[in-house]
Design a protein around this ligand. Structure first.
Ligand code: SF4
Length: 200
């Protein structure tokens, strides 16, 4: 017997996510997504170097208020984690790692739409300007009033919406530790990046 609505469809989506490259994936009830105004405010003060540089970051996104509205119409939250060597989280590899996160999140969002949640929306992390458009002087939407160069892959960052990613990890039952420790636990040797798809 199903322990929540749509379980068969969700199981299929979770399987898809694992094949798409998510190291871990879990369905959570939407009320598990904790949104805090103060976290979104960190994008502005102390100012993130990517603040205002793309349409997917503040002040160009609807922020915590927009996220709360989305959650009201959300049936399931799919949390994704990609585990990586901690060295990849910094330096030259970072834009590519974050690009992969955007791409996997967008693929899962597209599959969710196909499976009957047509208004699904995915959120990644980091600046899409850095991961997709760093060779251009500006985001095309902001600088040229044009369309996004990568609409099929670039997604907004959870940070700008005030999502408490640490709480998401805890709700999923996963470690929150971003940096390797001396622990022998394999999970503790890896770092991670996370994404979120709201099924609507
Ligand atoms: S054009 Fe580039 S920087 Fe602007 S939203 Fe799209 S991917 Fe991001």
């Amino acid at each position: 017997m199903s322990d929540y609505p749509d379980k068969e469809t969700i199981d299929s989506l979770l399987e898809f996510a694992a094949h798409a490259g998510a190291s871990k994936v879990k369905r959570l009830p939407p009320e598990s997504v904790c949104v805090e105004d103060g976290l979104a405010a960190f994008c502005r003060e102390p100012k993130c170097p990517h603040w205002g540089q793309s349409m997917s970051c503040p002040p160009h996104v609807s922020g915590p208020e927009g996220m709360r509205k989305l959650l009201q119409s959300c049936k399931h939250a799919i949390v994704i984690r990609i585990e990586i060597q901690s060295s990849s989280l910094h330096g030259e590899d970072r834009p590519e790692v974050m690009r992969l996160l955007h791409e996997i999140t967008a693929e899962i969002e597209a599959e969710a739409k196909r499976l009957g949640f047509p208004e699904s929306v995915g959120f990644a992390g980091g600046s899409c300007k850095q991961s997709f458009c760093r060779d251009y002087p500006t985001c095309r939407v902001i600088g040229e009033h044009g369309s996004c160069r990568h609409p099929e892959h670039a997604r907004s960052s959870m940070s700008g919406y005030g999502v408490n990613v640490g709480e998401l990890m805890k709700s999923a039952g996963w470690s929150t530790n971003l940096f390797p420790s001396n622990s022998n636990d394999e999970e503790e040797q890896l770092s991670w990046v996370a994404g979120l798809v709201l099924l609507r």
